[in-house]
Design a protein. Structure first.
Length: 331
């Protein structure tokens, strides 16, 4: 008989919590999320019937999102930028595997690298489902996101490479991904899932699947940091220095202007399709149709702060690590 397996609750499509709840409340470590876990609970669990497109094979993209207009443009920008971000994350994670201190950490970051590569792929391919030509897709995304890559993604890429490639600092690199990169981008992913679900179940599912992965990435990284700091309290100042430098970096990159631009396009398109949105609540007690681009952006910022504070508390680090005092990158 074939070996039976049960998908872990946090990786189960129907049972997994939302990204924010999962990232703030779950506790997972690298020993829990090894290669066997990934094969059974993720590849054969989360991704069952969704491995090719990121959404269920029976769910399609609605025709109105394939028609030129502000809503389609907002989605093209959002998934184009997210796809490029995930591609860069994949390449960065290639530097984590060889410097991982043990096999559990090596296996976990090898699976995270595959996760991020998959995210990049499903975001890109969703643009093809929207009608973008597949044969020029990569070039079209590069052209569309050139300014975003130069002004927002490159500083993040350079900052991370200095720590994991040049300094060979594994724990510093874990702090960068857990608190700085994923910690900032995860709430935006949560907002994406909530925004698109009533308009396009397929689009919402793409974001849902990536969010389930991000729960694992954030919680395991937090446990690695917590355990390391408990065993090596002398490294606490170094970790805090990296986190504060990362916060300074995010304070300086102009991500808001790019997000607000596509949220304004989303706003225009949402109002054009108000009948499809109806009374849907984007968060408890608040109808999405009544929100503004600034309100949605500010809520994502609030989620970022709440999630970061929760993970810092779990690791035993002070909340003022989120303050960006001082200057310069960690030496």
């Amino acid at each position: 008989m074939p070996e039976a397996f049960t998908t872990a609750p946090e990786a189960d499509w129907d049972a997994a919590p939302g990204l924010l709840d999962g990232a703030m409340k779950l506790t997972l470590g690298p020993d829990d999320c090894d290669l066997a876990y990934w094969i059974t609970s993720v590849a054969q669990g989360t991704l069952r019937d969704r491995g090719v497109t990121g959404h269920h094979q029976d769910v399609g993209v609605p025709d109105f999102l394939k028609t030129p207009g502000p809503l389609r443009e907002a989605l093209v920008l959002e998934f184009g930028f997210r796809g490029l971000s995930e591609e860069i994350a994949t390449r960065l994670l290639g530097h984590y595997v060889p410097i991982a201190p043990g096999v559990p950490e090596m296996e976990f970051y090898a699976t995270q690298m595959i996760d991020e590569a998959r995210h990049a792929r499903v975001f890109r391919n969703h643009l093809v489902e929207l009608g973008m030509p597949a044969d020029t897709l990569l070039k079209d995304i590069d052209d569309m996101a050139a300014d975003y890559r130069r002004r927002v993604l490159r500083p993040v890429e350079d900052f991370t490479l200095e720590i994991v490639r040049d300094q060979q600092d594994f724990i510093g690199g874990v702090a960068v991904f857990a608190i700085v990169i994923e910690g900032v981008l995860a709430p935006a992913a949560e907002l994406s899932e909530r925004k698109w679900t009533p308009l396009s179940p397929a689009t919402g599912e793409v974001s849902r699947g990536t969010a389930i992965d991000e729960i694992r990435h954030l919680t395991v990284a937090s446990t690695i940091l917590k355990d390391h700091l408990a065993a090596h309290p002398e490294s606490r100042d170094r970790v805090l220095e990296i986190i504060r430098a990362g916060v300074r970096m995010w304070d300086e990159v102009p991500d808001r202007e790019f997000v607000i631009h596509r949220e304004e396009l989303f706003q225009e398109g949402m109002l054009q399709h108000a009948d499809k949105v109806g009374d849907y609540e984007i968060w408890p007690g608040v109808k999405m149709i009544d929100t503004s681009p600034e309100q949605r952006y500010d809520m994502a910022e609030r989620w970022t702060d709440e999630m970061a504070r929760s993970r810092l508390g779990y690791m035993g680090l002070p909340l003022d690590a989120l303050d960006s005092g001082g200057t310069g990158a960690p030496a």
